[in-house]
Design a protein around this ligand. Structure first.
Ligand SMILES: [Zn+2]
Length: 201
């Protein structure tokens, strides 16, 4: 979901703020002064990244701002690089647990991940798509002529993991922060026991 929407889902928003190390309150789904204070820090952090690495199209921005700042820093470098080459946009950032569960229940099956099992659920992954004349180009072709080859390279340079290299599923528009087990992420994210920075240590 986009940034404006995330902020209205108070529990998911608090989890994100806590995981970023900005929120000192309880994960209770009730917005109060501590939530607002943390939100100010989140905004400042993303504003800094925007100023430092460059602003992109509004659609990509609306998803970039849903990511954990530590992930957004690298994903922003990738989208800035990709937009020098063509009309690439980010079309997904965070996916809340509820969104993920709804996706999981879709038939025909589109994902094997339930809420808490995708890197999107923690704001650590983004999906990229190429646009031509305003239309999205989805090409699952592999090999050296793949439209995703430059994305794979930019992702590698930013120190992120490219979904086209996954053993389980070929997901070439997907990029994410390195491999931290989703079980550890799920625990920290939902219980507020550690921040992302602590998990990365
Ligand atoms: Zn994805």
């Amino acid at each position: 979901m986009k940034y404006a929407e995330l902020k209205t889902h108070t529990l998911a928003w608090q989890r994100s703020l806590k995981f970023a190390g900005f929120y000192r309150g309880q994960l209770d789904g009730l917005a109060g002064p501590l939530t607002r204070e943390a939100a100010t820090q989140w905004e400042a952090s993303h504003s800094q990244l925007q100023a430092r690495y460059g602003q992109v199209d509004s659609r990509s921005e609306s998803y970039l701002w849903t990511l954990q700042p530590l992930a957004a820093m690298r994903v922003r470098q990738v989208i800035v690089e990709m937009r020098k080459q063509a009309d690439w946009k980010i079309i997904c950032g965070i996916r809340t647990y509820d969104e993920q569960d709804a996706l999981y229940n879709k038939r025909p099956r589109v994902t094997r991940a339930r809420g808490g099992q995708s890197m999107h659920n923690f704001g650590l992954a983004a999906d990229f798509c190429l646009f031509e004349d305003g239309k999205d180009i989805w090409s699952p072709s592999e090999g050296p002529k793949s439209i995703y080859a430059p994305l794979a390279e930019a992702t590698r340079q930013a120190g992120l993991v490219w979904g086209g290299g996954f053993r389980t599923i070929y997901d070439p528009g997907h990029i994410q922060l390195g491999e931290i087990a989703t079980t550890a992420l799920h625990r920290a994210y939902t219980q507020g026991t550690s921040t992302l920075a602590e998990l990365l240590k």
